[in-house]
Design a protein around this ligand. Sequence first.
Ligand code: DGJ
Length: 731
Amino acid sequence: MSLRSVAVLFSAIVFAAPCASAQVSQGSDPNRTQWRIDAGEMSYVVGVNEQKMLQTLYWGPKLAPGATLPAARMHPERASFDPPIATTPLEYPAWGAGLFTEPALKVGSPNGDRTLILQYADWRQTGDQLEITLRDTAQPIAVHLFYQAYQQGMLARWSRVENLGKEPIHLEQSASATMNLPQGTGYEWSWLTGQWAGEWQLHTAPLQTGMLVLESRRGSTSHQTNPWFAIGRTGATTERDGPAWFGELGWSGSWRITLESTSLNNVRVTAGYNPYDFGYVLAAGESLETPRFYAGYTQHGNGEVSRILHRFQRAAILPTRPDPKPRPILYNSWEATEFDVNETGQIALAEKAAKLGIERFVIDDGWFGARKDDHAGLGDWQVNRTKFPNGLKPVIDRVHSLGMDFGLWVEPEMVNPDSDLYRKHPDWVMSFPNRQRTEQRNQLVLNLAKPEVKEYVFGFLDQLVTENDIAFLKWDYNRNWSEPGWDTTPEPKEIYVQYIRNLYEILARLRQKHPKLEIESCSGGGGRVDLGILRYTDEVWTSDNTDALDRLSIQDGFTHAYAPQVMVAWVTDVPNFLDKRTTPLQFRFLVAMQGALGVGGNLNKWTAEDMEISTRLIAFYKGIRPTVQTGSLYRLTSPGTGGDSQVEYVAQDGSQAVLLAYLHSQRFGLDYPTVVLQGLDPGARYSIRPLDASKYKGESTVQGSVLMGAGLQVSLTGDYDSTALVLERVR
Ligand code: DGJ
């Protein structure tokens, strides 16, 4: 039986994994089909209205089986200034016919008709994807809307715009999706902003009438705003409770998410390519596919938003390996040596790192070309023979003999004008004719959209990994675009799409050819973190800011959107290079243990006591690592609300929980606040193992309901004090 006949018979279709489920129902009018998609605790329903337009009918808590919704209906004209097209919650609004609100699609066509009126044409299921096709009433344009539900509670949406005619069509705006929330007021929204060394700052504010624009115009994801949002109900949504609609865009180039609340209180989200400076030409028969937009809903507050995202990223986004293993504890040389890397110095650091129990040794910037500082060398990916006279092999061999694997820093998309590559191929850089090429950090951006540049980048990386036993690449990207020109193509603005496609292709080909290779996405810290790049990379460099106190809020913000296991955090030296703050070694370690632990200090300067403390804490981390990296995260108290903060992780099977507690700055000699845990089995008993016996004087075994009700007491005093408790469920 075909799916089409399933629909006609009012039956249900159930998608295969990774999909949750989708049901299709049809009332008495065969043109009024509804599609219901369930994912986790969310239902999402769309339907065709009497004017054959596709509407969002519902986005909210899961509906009961068999629940029916009223048929889709165009909203009536409220006034001659508010036409139905602008007030009806359309699934993919196209500009035209009086759409004054944010369009998902805007075209320019050869005959001058820039209008689109998209009507329902068809639907089908391909594998585990639902596809609904819309067609314009006049122009030969089809829009295919794709829906894929995940059992972790997420719905992926994207679109494909197709030119069915013979003349080229110029796309000016093409979003992945529009999604409508229940009409009304009283919403609040949360979003993440930042800057270099200050990423992941969380903001929450009432959603007022108007349009909020989250975006990057920079050619990459950006430090400034991350493509994540959550929308709650003022007064009802908290960290622990209340409704939350949320979304995340999977695109590493210029992007935009608009949150719109119209004067008639229609609330909608549109996400996708940034229409700013956008242009894409569809020749006859051609299509443009948009990035994936991932959306979810929970009734359990912002904490659950994060946990759904973390579970989803682990299950459906992050690359899988033939030999799955936790994120290794790495050592990175950057803060210790900066560009001054050489064979003897790196081996000396590796020997000390191994003694601490470190598992991966990474040489950062400076190992290649004529790289003495940031003025030269990018583009020349041959080993610098002055620094490494025998190539990388002696260091790699020594790292291996010490029981660690080896990683290397690269910045493949960039070139210094002072490099052999630039002297040979000045035309490979993105630029405008007769216009100065703006340097940032003395470097220019290669135009990866060009096939020959893509092949060069893949080629040198492939050679590097093939010729050396490299387990890990730290892939850096240290500037934004300034002259996004492309001289060899009819529509240079396609660079915004083609560059990122080629970046993803290089990453995918590298991983395919070297299945054990792991990659970290770095962009001067956290400038390129999104669900697009995370399909090809295993972890990200969270921020160049390694000050432990700043890191608490940076990491807190990060975990709203991304899983702790990808959040690389190094313990570095004090006074910190950025703000000269001095914090105790244990504080630095316990902050870095919130994610994928690393060490980045100059071990040559560490005392015997530093080495002893670090060895003990690294061994401690190994015991809690699976819980931290793959468990459920509870932000018990976020930094910024007072002088203390705590995070808790509960293992997937519930057998272990970990509490990390921090005192930033004690006031008036007050006791540390009672810590009330979450996510435990209320009836189970937990044995409590403190990291520091002197900081926990409570019972050694406590029931879950007590820990989640009365809580527990730890003794932290002064400035930058910290401790950890490990709770094991008693069988
Ligand atoms: C920026 C990164 O964020 C740093 O960790 C380091 O790798 C430098 N680049 C090297 O140039």
